[in-house]
Design a protein around this ligand. Structure first.
Ligand SMILES: Nc1ncnc2c1ncn2[C@@H]1O[C@H](COP(=O)(O)OP(=O)(O)OP(=O)(O)O)[C@@H](O)[C@H]1O
Length: 259
């Protein structure tokens, strides 16, 4: 079942990008278990590239990424399947499965080669269905779901995988404000109640300020990280967007358009 040990991910002097192109460098942060963490920054600054690098979906250019004090590249695929789960916004495959079947796939790292679910696996699937408000939808096909419902299913599958680290690429895209808040609150509960480290990329900076424990701002320079209050006090949100267009109000933690 859930592993309540303390876990962390530490990144030092990380440089990310592609063969002939450095997308971002000078990335340093530490994120601990029980924390909901957002990666924010303008379009194209490298949020998804960083998330994919943290998930070992693409190689780093240089620097260090350590999960539980062990370098990411030294974790075997088998070990990583029990250490981190990755939730992508677009999930093309598996939409013909029912909600329950898709969530049960999260148990793959623990099952035998024909995928037989043990009592513990079934309990974990039930808990995930319940936590993400999916019990009434369990026999629905995934292609019948709304974007918000499908997003909950994909996160529930990651919860069923029961890894200490969960990475999500823009989990609130295409959702209305209510459903964005719903997803982020469910992620917050999961991180706090189950001591997971949950890191997600987002453009919802104001919601991240209200709901996250830690934020990493990719700004192409210092890339500061800290609690929302620390980052506000240090005025890091003020220069995120061109001042003549958008200004940050540190009293309300929100952005205002210059008319
Ligand atoms: N496969 C790739 N090969 C080369 N360059 C890429 C590749 N994928 C992305 N890039 C480039 O890397 C940079 C960072 O892209 P990335 O998607 O990480 O940014 P992002 O901050 O997530 O952007 P957005 O907020 O628009 O989703 C961009 O300049 C992008 O064009």
């Amino acid at each position: 079942m859930s592993n309540l040990k303390k876990h962390n991910i530490i990144v030092k002097d990380l440089s990310i990008g592609y063969k002939d192109k450095t997308v971002a460098d000078n990335i340093n942060f530490c994120m601990n278990s029980g924390q909901l963490c957002a990666i924010v920054g303008v379009n194209g600054v490298g949020k998804s590239t960083l998330l994919r690098t943290l998930g070992k979906l693409q190689p780093k250019l240089s620097g260090e990424i350590a999960i539980n004090r062990k370098a990411l590249e030294l974790h075997s695929s088998f070990e990583l399947a029990k250490t981190l789960s990755f939730v992508l916004t677009e999930q093309p495959a598996s939409k013909n499965l029912t909600v329950q079947e898709l969530i049960a796939l999260g148990r793959q790292p623990y099952t035998n080669w024909i995928g037989t679910l043990t009592t513990e696996d079934k309990q974990q699937v039930e808990e995930s269905l319940s936590s993400f408000l999916l019990k009434d939808l369990r026999y629905n096909k995934c292609h019948e779901l709304s974007d918000g419902q499908l997003q909950r299913v994909l996160i529930a599958r990651a919860m069923a995988q029961d890894t200490p680290l969960i990475l999500l690429d823009e989990p609130t895209t295409h959702l209305d404000l209510y459903h964005k808040v719903q997803i982020l609150k469910l992620l917050q509960q999961l991180s706090h109640n189950k001591q997971k480290t949950i890191i997600f990329t987002t453009h919802e900076i104001e919601l991240a300020i209200q709901l996250c424990d830690t934020i990493l701002i990719l700004d192409g320079n210092e890339n500061p990280s800290g609690t929302p209050i620390e980052l506000i006090e240090q005025k890091h949100f003020e220069h995120l967007f061109p001042l003549e267009m958008v200004q940050f109000d540190s009293k309300t933690g929100s952005f205002k358009v210059n008319k």
